[in-house]
Ligand binder design. Structure first.
Ligand code: NAI
Length: 308
């Protein structure tokens, strides 16, 4: 197996690091446009192999797509990140050009690759990658819900003083501060609803913290986060590469599911060796469905910016 990560910045390098440590593929290629940058990051990471005991051939390249040939999975993290006060949507123009050219270049050498799109605004970039490539829908997967759900579990675990690993909680909808939908009603701890343990105000606060989870970190760090985004991207890749069939919320093309069409948005999907294999219907109640429709309106407005 071979995996390419495009963009050797904070998120791309962390993704490659997680993938290499987990030995998800025999070979991992990190590619960046900045001269020597991916080579340096890859070499630094590879020097941890003998210390940490992993064995993945990890190399870095500057814009040489021939070295990515025959990749099974390609993660796209190239593009600008958010600065404090910026929304993900403000990145659209620059990142659209980058994502489109990266997809074109990758397909020249890896025509069968499955793409995981991370660059923001992620739902729109996923839709763009799908439309620009003409690939089957199952091979284009936007990573956002994996991260947002992990953040939801983080804040739930802090509020409940329990392990995040015993929580099941999902965030669906658009991957934006105001468009994501933490599904409070369906969140469980050891199979029991978290509503048994948290009062409504506390649960609302947990959901609100989740929604601004990225912005909180951008405020603290002066740039956007990388540990959790890198781990979340690697988790998506892991389920595909190992054909685990894990259910993870990802941004995929909707064709009537959740009441939406011709849009990529976060919904729970089964991830396996052919990409996303199936959308799971969480049977939203009226209130949740209304939030999903409102979220779709915002994502659609963003997609329309691309065509103007
Ligand atoms: P960064 O600035 O650290 O890294 C971006 C890298 O992309 C840079 O090294 C840059 O040289 C490279 N790059 C730019 N144009 C390129 C091209 N044409 N080909 C190859 N490489 C190119 O940014 P960071 O923090 O790694 O974030 C990357 C992207 O991921 C941003 O758009 C950010 O908003 C997004 N993001 C998405 C998340 C999600 O949940 N979907 C979570 C966190 C970040």
């Amino acid at each position: 197996m071979k995996i390419t990560v495009v963009g050797a910045g904070a998120v791309g390098a962390t993704t490659a690091d997680n993938i290499a440590r987990k030995e998800l593929a025999a070979e991992v290629v990190l590619l960046d446009i900045k001269e020597g940058f991916a080579e340096g990051k890859a070499l630094d990471m590879f020097q941890t192999a003998a210390l940490l005991g992993w064995d993945t051939k990890l190399t870095g390249v500057t814009n040489d797509y021939s070295r990515t040939a025959n990749s099974n999975v390609v993660v796209i993290t190239s593009g600008l990140p958010r600065k404090p006060g910026m929304t993900r949507e403000e990145l659209i123009g620059v990142n659209a050009g980058i994502v489109k050219s990266v997809v074109d270049n990758i397909l020249k050498y890896s025509p069968d690759a499955i793409f995981v799109i991370v660059s923001n605004p992620m739902d729109t970039m996923t839709y763009l990658a799908l439309k620009a490539s003409g690939l089957p829908k199952n091979r284009i997967i936007g990573m956002g819900g994996a991260l947002d759900s992990a953040r939801f579990k983080c804040y739930l675990s802090l509020a409940m003083n329990v392990s995040p690993n015993d929580l099941h909680a999902s965030v669906i909808g658009g991957h934006g501060d105001t468009t994501m939908i933490p599904l409070k009603r369906l969140a469980t701890w050891n199979g029991t609803p978290v509503t048994n343990y948290l009062d409504a105000a506390t649960l609302d606060k947990v959901a609100a913290d989740t929604m601004v989870g990225g912005a909180t970190l951008t405020g603290l760090l002066g740039t956007s986060a990388w540990y959790a985004p890198g781990a979340a991207s690697a988790a998506v890749v892991e389920s595909i590469i190992r054909d685990e069939k894990r259910v993870i919320p990802c941004s995929v093309l909707l064709e009537g599911e959740y009441g939406q069409s011709d849009i990529c948005m976060g919904v729970p999907v089964v991830l396996g060796k052919t990409g996303w294999e199936k959308i799971i219907d969480y049977k939203l109640n009226e209130e949740e469905q209304a939030l999903f429709s409102k979220s779709a309106d915002a994502v659609r407005n963003m997609n329309n910016v691309l065509s103007t």
